[in-house]
Design a protein around this ligand. Structure first.
Ligand code: HEM
Length: 403
């Protein structure tokens, strides 16, 4: 797409007053220009797809490539790298057969039965972190002490990281996913984690345990379609990157929403499944949507998109589309069909970890508010800082207090 100098930027500014709402211009765009040209922070132009029905159609379209996946459009300077080969095992960026081969293997590990079996582990983690938090003298940072470590330790469990290594692994993984990390620190954490995972998986090849990667390795041997070490490591890193920040930000931001709406907490305690779906829709933390590359000419609503053009499927806009969600800007735990949101994406790349994320959110929120019914903010509301410029939206710190 040839860029006109007046191409508007991808909307990123949220309305003053409500930190949970997407940028205001999405509502106008859905109405007046549902698929319009924008300049991404990385410098390239893309079609911004804002309506729910169009977002689903784009994400269901097998001619759309995920080569850029979700993050390329927000990383300044990424454009020149778009032609690089996608690393094998980097599931979120693969297309076609390479993608479906890997996805099928991983999906077998994320069945409802397997995820429910993880629930007891998640419950233990939530309780032990609450014990530690409540042992402090009346104040804590809910992000650092609760929201971040829980998803990180769940991923340790999935990967089968030995207990003795978990602290080091957690430290490196938070450096990798942190928004405050420099490029060099991120690169160093990436190399250390890759090396650690490679050694871990070599060990699992020899001494399989009862964990996801031991089973993937064993199944590969049985079927004659074994994943290479590079694939295993990239897959491990992909789970870490996809499952850590997203879930952590959802836990912290949902807590803040429920501090703002104390009368709604009863609903969360009584019907956590329903409440978590609405929180996922309402908050849509993957705030800059997901990127796709058209490999063929295609029609998106009334817009003709050409092969070779980029599209951003704006998940947060789709989740506020009044066509689907009446009074979409309202947090309403009593919606019909609460699962129709696209917070986990849609189509071939729809989130593999969604069941697990739901379990983590349900357990974290219900146990937190049951054990600490008088939880409150420890600082003035206006002093909270939000992650406005990062792929995953959230609150930077959440100082809380209790009696
Ligand atoms: C509330 C938490 C989460 C949210 C909002 C979320 C959101 C998403 C979204 C929007 C996508 C689609 C990306 C695309 O279409 O390009 C995705 C994919 C993915 N997610 Fe999640 N996710 C969450 C938690 C998790 C967890 C806990 C895991 C695993 C531990 C996970 C693993 C993955 C993987 C592996 C993919 C790529 C699937 C594929 O490409 O086939 N996610 N997620």
């Amino acid at each position: 797409m040839t860029a006109a100098s007046d191409t508007p930027a991808l909307p990123t500014t949220r309305p003053a007053g409500c930190p949970y709402d997407p940028p205001e211009n999405y509502a106008t765009l859905r109405e007046e220009a549902p698929t319009s040209q924008v300049r991404c922070p990385a410098g390239m132009d893309a079609w911004l797809v804002t309506r729910y029905s169009d977002v689903r159609a784009v994400l269901a379209d097998r001619t759309m490539s995920s080569r850029g996946a979700s993050s390329v459009h927000v990383n300044a300077g990424a454009e020149r790298d778009l032609d690089i080969e996608v690393a094998p095992g980097s599931i979120i960026q693969l297309d076609g057969k390479d993608h479906s081969r890997l996805r099928k293997m991983v999906l077998a590990e994320f069945t409802v039965r397997r995820v429910e079996a993880m629930r007891t582990y998640v419950q233990g983690l939530v309780e032990s972190h609450l014990d530690a938090m409540l042992a402090k003298p009346g104040e804590a940072d809910l992000v650092r002490d609760f929201a971040l470590p829980i998803p990180s330790l769940v991923i340790c469990e999935l990967l089968g990281v030995p207990y003795a290594d978990r602290e080091r692994f957690q430290h490196q993984s938070s450096t990798l996913v942190s928004t405050d990390t420099t490029r060099e620190q991120g690169q160093q954490a990436y190399e250390e984690l890759s090396g650690f995972l490679a050694a871990l998986f070599v060990d699992k090849q020899k001494n399989p345990q009862d964990d996801l990667f031991s089973r993937l390795i064993a199944r590969g041997r049985e079927t004659g379609d074994a994943l290479t070490m590079e694939e295993l490591v990239m897959l491990g890193l992909s789970l870490l990157v996809a499952g850590h920040e997203t879930t952590a930000n959802m836990i912290a931001l949902s807590t803040l929403v429920l501090l703002d709406h104390p009368q709604q907490r009863e609903v969360v305690l009584a019907a956590p499944e329903r409440a978590v779906e609405e929180l996922l829709r309402y908050l849509s933390v993957v705030q800059f949507g997901v990127l796709r590359y058209a490999t063929e000419d295609v029609q998106v609503g009334a817009r003709a998109v050409k092969a070779g053009e980029w599209l951003v499927a704006a998940l947060n806009s789709a989740n506020r589309d009044e066509e689907l969600f009446p009074a979409a800007d309202k947090l309403d735990f009593h919606r019909e069909s609460p699962r129709t949101h696209v917070a986990f994406g849609f189509g071939a790349h729809q989130c593999i970890g969604q069941q697990l994320a739901r379990v983590e959110l349900q357990e974290a929120l219900t146990r937190l508010f049951r054990r600490v019914p008088d939880l409150r903010l420890a600082v003035p509301r206006e002093s909270l800082a939000y992650k406005h410029n990062t792929l995953v939206y959230g609150v930077r710190e959440l100082p809380v207090a209790w009696s």
